[in-house]
Design a protein around this ligand. Structure first.
Ligand code: SAH
Length: 257
């Protein structure tokens, strides 16, 4: 990649980061879904250690902290998100138990068998579901839990337009039985899986972006990269409304053997 391209690429990333910084969540989900996923995890106590990987600005981490005992470390690649995360921690008076750090999910700065629970909502796709599950297992105690949400197909077949879109965006998308088999192959007992309800995408994600998009477009008027990015967001949202019977996010919970 030429120097020029590298800087354009970084510029785009900064824009994307700026856009998502305005939102409480950076992916589909809801407090109810976080609490439901947590209900499948047994044996947490005040001394438990939890990691939230790809935590973003921490929308789901704060919910997790309010409903689970123990200490939580959030980790995200983007320092801006981690700054917002740690502000969020202060706001919720959780600084005794929750802390955000900058790091990458493919090189976790953790100790082997450090955690009782590894959490990750809408983020494991960055490394790939099966690879992430395999690599993160090292950091879980035996009997520890993993709980991740991941884009999944709801049917064996689906319309061409949405298949094309996902194969470009995330070729790792797969059906629910295949994802569960991947979890089992990665060395976990599959404990539960459930589909995120449509409100996680509409009310808790897309609806909140309308205003954010207008503010962002006003601020970056005439900037092709910014306008292109918003056009993509809007296209993705339209596809969701059209094809939501064929795909969505699914929470997968597993227990390390
Ligand atoms: N869990 C949050 C954010 C999901 S969006 C939520 O549900 O709202 C995906 C997150 O993964 C983003 O915050 C992004 O910055 C982060 N991310 C992307 N690549 C990463 C990597 N290699 N290591 C850690 N985090 C990463």
């Amino acid at each position: 990649m030429s120097k020029e391209n590298t800087s354009i690429h970084e510029f785009d990333l900064n824009l994307i980061c700026e856009y998502f910084s305005q939102l409480e969540r950076q992916g589909p989900g809801s407090p109810e879904v976080t609490i439901k996923a947590l209900s499948f995890i047994e044996g947490l106590s005040e001394t438990s250690r939890i990691a939230d990987i790809g935590c973003g600005t921490g929308g789901q981490t704060m919910v997790l902290a309010q409903h689970a005992p123990g200490h939580i470390q959030g980790l995200d690649l983007f320092p801006t998100f981690i700054d917002l995360f740690n502000n969020n921690v202060q706001k919720h008076h959780l600084q005794e138990r929750v802390r955000g750090i900058v790091g990458s999910m493919d090189k976790l700065p953790f100790q082997p068998e450090e955690f009782d629970l590894i959490w990750s909502e809408g983020a494991i796709y960055n490394i790939g579901f099966e690879r992430g599950l395999k690599e993160w297992k090292e950091f879980l105690k035996p009997g520890g839990y993993v709980a991740v949400s991941e884009a999944s197909w709801f049917t064996e077949e689906r319309p061409h337009e949405i298949e094309e879109f996902w194969l470009d965006a995330y070729p790792g998308i797969d059906t629910i039985p295949n994802k569960i088999a991947q979890m089992q192959r990665a060395g976990y007992v599959p404990v539960a899986s459930f589909n995120l309800p449509v409100n996680c995408w509409i009310e808790h994600f897309y609806a909140l972006q309308t205003e954010a998009q207008n503010i962002f477009l006003q601020k970056h008027a005439g900037n092709n990269a910014a306008e292109g990015f918003i056009a993509n967001q809007r296209h993705e949202e339209k596809l969701y409304y059209r094809y939501k019977n064929f795909y969505g996010y699914v929470f997968y919970i597993g227990r390390k053997l």
